[in-house]
Every structure is written in structure tokens, then in C-alpha cells.
Design a protein around this ligand. Structure first.
Ligand code: FAD
Ligand code: SIN
Length: 531
């Protein structure tokens, strides 16, 4: 059964109930996991703007990182995570992630996620910047599909109310406390408020801000925009991860070629067949993502036909087909046989490291509001997320969100939340040039060009001014498209402003005008709304 068939809009009787203990916005791994844990302790409503499985989670390929293998340890996993994050991971948050991760993965196994095995043991793969193989995967390269299917199936069997095609448009805030959510029913166009004791943002990432992305259409950064408008603090917004290897074919939307392919021995080559990555980093093809993405961009610039390739054709064809069935089939459907030759790739927007600032219990600075998953920023990933740490992050912090609603967490510590350099988002003087009309392609083009893999002060300033002008000129949103566009413009502006503030290069934030990493900048940038 396809998981999209599991749900339709909840019955009228369910919609008639408007007060819940938990309101969870989003139905990816973070939302579904939170809901399944929370239902033990109160009534739960999930609102989600598409079908239940319209989310980033469903597309996850490589897998989940967890220190469960012989020769691995939580300390080693922590060291790798901290190294990838280039000084901006919160060591306490990473310690929580790596220590609690194996137990959360064990819960997934108990819930029925069919991780791949070899000789009766969980099979563990290697990905970039991991010092040992530690990635659990399911269906070869269909990890996210299996997780989403399993969790959605459990939600369906439970008493959790799920409203599909229901867009959260605003958070309801009373005296600094979030008490509910305004939603738009996308079928009837009716707006409604649901109240809840605890509101959990699990709205995922924002890849749709960029021209090239691995993310599906729902990834428009809504939750982060809603939270900022409500007064939440936004941390690390300048750090956006570009995955090095998305298939680059004219007219074909971004499709990921998992880093696990390089973990199994795939090699990046230029048009002459030269394996160039050793020229850029001692870990060659398994270097951290930001380094591989910039190396590929540089090679694309150099190449006369502007192309770079990923090659796994030197490995046995049957192994490639069984280990990467989704990728093999997708490429075959576009006339490319990965077992026979290299395929064209290029970097694409993939993962938002920044987001709504939380402590290690998923608490935001607003009472009643919690966040977990890709929308949240507990400073676990720092300046550059280690591959396959994201699914783990969603599991660990979803569990902690529920624990903290049950008063199982220590009181919030001010040093945990109000960290880094606080910057108030203010109006800028308009620039000299004219502002192009706002359309989704215009926004994606601007973000790709000026707030992309490599940045410069002038480009960032121009982008910040344009995004502000667009946001001022935008009419009140009405339907799905205008709400999403408004959210993308706001989020783009936050990214451009944070990137302007950080006058250095670190991890995924690379500024040609400040190419060095500076110890002075080993701190977070936190954007706050003007009072
Ligand atoms: P999502 O799964 O994106 O779910 C967000 C949900 O919120 C969706 O249901 C969406 O419809 C809903 N939503 C958003 N806005 C609103 C709104 N306004 N109102 C109502 N609902 C809303 N990570 C790994 O660790 N390992 C991997 O192998 C891996 N592979 C990846 C491959 C691809 C192609 C992609 C795109 C990502 C990959 N990642 C991987 C990253 C990882 O999949 C995501 O970070 C993770 O799934 C995020 O989960 P989430 O629940 O936070 O968000
Ligand atoms: C991949 O399979 O390459 C994606 C892994 C991730 O983003 O963590």
C-alpha cells in the first residue's frame, strides 16, 4: 500500500473538537514521532499541509547515523559531529544526540522499521566525514520511505487526529505564550483556530527557497517564518547545507544521489575522467559536504561543458542495483544506467542547519511553543551537518519535547537559550537599482545566486534589500501559494541578513570577501524581531 492512501481529511466530528493537549504542525518523522509519544499523555492533533507523507522524510536515502557498531562509540560519533560543525555545535546538545540516539533508533526498530541486515546483524554504511561505518538504512536507499510508512501506519491505528491539506498560517500568542494555531483548510478555504497546551513545530526545512534543491514542494520554511513572526528567536540562519550530488539533467527536478554511494566507493570525476577530490581534501570523496560542494562548483566552472560526474560503474552491477534500487530505477527512467557509466551531478540545496532556537529539551523562548526536526536549531549541527545526523536529531529531540511537557526536564537555563550575538532585524535603506517583480522563480534565482554556495557582501546586501522590498509590497496572503511565498521571502531575508552579519567563512557559509575562519566568530548569530 502506498502511504499516501492512508489518510483523508479527518471526519467532521474530529474537526469539531478544537481544543487539544498537543498540537503538532507537520507529519514528517519529527511530527509523527512526537505525536506517537505524546498520545500516551494527552489528546493530539496533527495538522499537515499536504498528504501525510508529503515531507522531506519520505525522500531520505542514506539512513540514520547511530553509534551501534563494533569499533564505534558515542564519543567517536560526537567527535565527528563536532568536527563537521566547525566550532558551532553545542557540545551538550551533541552529547545528548549521540548518547540518546542508539536508544531512539532501538525504538524505531521496535515500532517495526525494517532496517537492512547482513548475516543477521544491522548493516552499517559509511558516509562523508564519519570515521567509521555507522549509517543504518532500509530498503537499500529507501530509508525515509520505510520510516514514514511505519510511523504513519502507527498513527493511523491510534486515536491521534490528523488533518491533511491543512495549512498552519499563524501561531496564536497571548501575553508571550503560544496558545494555539490558526489554520487554513485548503479544501474549503476556511480559516479556523485550534487551541492547545503545547504547540510543537515540526514543519521541516526550506529547500524550495533555492533554484536547485533535493527537497519536495512542501519545504517552504513555513514553521520558521510563523515562529519568527510570533516572536521566536532564529539561530544560525546563515548556515544552509548544499548536498554535493544531485542529478543534474535538463528539465528533471532535483533528485538526490546519496552520499552512501561514495561511502560504497563511488568517485567524483571531471569530464576527462579525472578523480579530482583528492586535490581538495585528504578524505577525498568522503570529505565534509561543504568542501565537496565547493570543489564540485569549482570544477563545474572550469569544465568546458560545465559538467561533473559521479561514477559507481566500477563496482559490481548487482551490488549497485540491490544497494541503491531507488537511485538505479530513477536514473534508468531517465535513460542513465549507473552501473554502466558516470552520471552528471551538481550541488543542490538540501538542509537548513539554522532555525527556531531551542534548548536541548525543544523549548523555544516562547512559552507553550516547542520545536523539533529540521525547523529547530538546538545547535546540534553547527556550521555543517554531518551526513545522516538529521533523522537521528528528529528522534532524539522529539522525545525530549514530550519529556519536557511532562515536567521531566530541568528548568530552562538562560545560558542555554539566549546564546550568541543577538541581532534585531531592521529595515534597510533602499538600494539604487530597481526591484524585479516577485515570483517564486525570481526568489529562487536570487537565493541561488546571492545566498548560495559562495557569497559576497554586495550580493548579500542586494538580496537583503530586494527581499525586504518584496515583503513590504506583498498583499495579505490568501491561499496556499501566497502564504508559502510570504514565508519564503521572510526566511530568505533572515538568511541573507544573518549571512551579512557573519564576516568570515565557516562550514557551509562561505564568503569570498571573508574567506578565512575567524576565532572571533566562533559564536551564533541569533535574529530577533523588532519590538
Ligand atoms: P519533514 O519530513 O520535511 O516534515 C515537515 C512536515 O511539515 C511536512 O509534513 C509538511 O507538509 C509539514 N508542514 C510544513 N509547513 C506546514 C504548515 N504551514 N502547515 C502544516 N504543515 C506544514 N537526513 C538523514 O539524516 N539521513 C538521510 O539519509 C537523509 N536523506 C535525505 C534525502 C533527501 C532527498 C532529503 C530532502 C533530505 C534528506 N535528509 C536526510 C534530511 C532529512 O530527511 C530531513 O531533515 C528530515 O526528514 C526532516 O524531518 P522533519 O520531520 O523535521 O521535516
Ligand atoms: C544522503 O543520502 O546523501 C543524504 C544523507 C543526509 O542528508 O543526511
Amino acid at each position: 500500500m502506498h502511504i499516501g492512501q492512508l489518510f483523508s481529511l479527518a471526519s467532521d466530528a474530529a474537526v469539531a473538537k478544537t481544543d487539544f493537549d498537543y498540537i503538532i504542525i507537520g507529519s514528517g518523522i519529527a511530527g509523527l514521532n512526537t505525536a506517537l509519544l505524546a498520545r500516551e499523555h494527552g489528546s493530539v492533533l496533527i495538522v499537515t499541509k499536504g498528504k501525510i507523507d508529503d515531507c522531506n522524510t519520505r525522500y531520505a536515502q542514506g539512513g540514520i547515523a547511530a553509534a551501534i557498531g563494533a569499533g564505534d562509540s558515542t564519543t567517536l560519533h560526537m567527535q565527528d559531529t563536532l568536527a563537521a560543525g566547525v566550532g558551532l555545535c553545542d557540545p551538550e546538545a551533541v552529547s545528548v544526540l549521540t548518547r540518546e540516539g542508539p536508544q531512539r533508533v532501538a525504538n524505531l526498530i521496535q515500532w517495526g522499521v525494517p532496517f537492512d541486515t547482513i548475516h543477521g546483524q544491522i548493516a552499517l554504511a559509511r558516509e562523508g566525514a564519519h570515521s567509521v561505518p555507522r549509517i543504518l538504512h532500509a530498503g537499500g536507499d529507501a530509508t525515509g520511505q520505510h520510516i514514514e510508512l511505519t510511523l504513519a501506519g502507527r498513527v493511523e491505528e491510534s486515536d491521534i487526529t490528523v488533518l491533511e491539506f491543512t495549512l498552519a498560517t499563524d501561531l496564536v500568542v497571548e501575553r508571550g505564550v503560544v496558545t494555539g494555531v490558526r489554520v487554513l483548510d485548503l479544501d474549503s478555504d476556511k480559516s479556523q483556530i485550534f487551541t492547545g497546551r503545547w504547540v510543537v513545530l515540526a514543519t521541516g526545512g526550506a529547500g524550495q527557497l533555492y533554484w536547485y534543491t533535493t527537497n519536495p514542494l512542501v519545504a517552504t520554511g513555513d514553521g520558521a517564518a510563523l515562529a519568527f513572526r510570533a516572536g521566536a528567536r532564529m539561530m544560525d540562519m546563515e548556515f544552509y547545507q548544499f548536498h554535493p550530488t544531485a542529478l543534474r539533467l535538463e528539465g528533471v527536478p532535483g533528485f538526490l544521489l546519496s552520499e552512501a554511494m561514495r561511502g560504497e566507493g563511488a568517485v567524483l570525476r571531471d569530464q576527462a575522467g579525472y578523480a579530482f577530490m583528492a586535490d581538495y581534501h585528504p578524505m577525498a570523496d568522503l570529505a565534509p559536504r561543504d568542501i565537496v560542494s565547493r570543489a564540485i562548483s569549482a570544477e563545474i566552472e572550469k569544465a568546458s561543458d560545465g559538467q561533473v560526474f559521479l561514477d559507481i560503474s566500477h563496482l559490481p552491477a548487482d551490488m549497485v542495483q540491490s544497494r541503491f534500487p531507488t537511485i538505479y530505477s530513477f536514473c534508468m527512467s531517465h535513460g542513465l544506467d549507473i552501473t554502466k557509466g558516470p552520471v552528471p551531478i551538481a550541488p543542490a540545496a538540501h538542509y537548513m542547519m539554522g532555525g527556531v532556537e531551542t534548548d536541548t529539551w525543544g523549548r523555544t523562548n516562547l512559552g507553550g511553543l516547542y520545536a523539533c526536526g529540521e525547523v529547530a536549531c538546538a545547535a546540534v549541527h553547527g556550521a555543517n551537518r554531518l551526513a545522516s545526523n538529521s533523522l537521528l536529531d528528529t528522534l532524539v529531540f522529539a522525545q525530549r519535547v514530550v519529556a519536557s511537557t511532562l515536567d521531566q526536564a530541568p528548568p530552562p537555563s538562560p545560558s542555554d537559550q539566549h546564546r550568541g550575538l543577538s541581532v534585531t532585524l531592521r529595515s534597510r535603506e533602499p538600494g539604487p537599482g530597481s526591484i524585479p517583480p516577485l515570483t517564486v522563480p525570481a526568489l529562487q534565482d536570487l537565493m541561488w545566486r546571492d545566498v548560495g554556495i559562495t557569497r559576497r557582501g554586495e550580493g548579500l546586501l542586494e538580496a537583503a534589500r530586494t527581499l525586504e522590498a518584496w515583503s513590504i509590497a506583498m498583499p495579505e496572503p490568501t491561499g496556499l501559494a501566497s502564504h508559502e511565498l510570504g514565508n519564503m521571502v521572510l526566511l530568505g531575508r533572515l538568511m541573507a541578513e544573518a549571512a551579512l552579519v557573519r564576516q568570515e567563512s565557516r562550514g557551509s557559509h562561505y564568503r569570498e570577501d571573508y574567506p578565512e575562519t575567524s576565532p572571533e566568530w566562533e559564536k551564533h548569530v541569533v535574529l530577533v524581531k523588532e519590538e
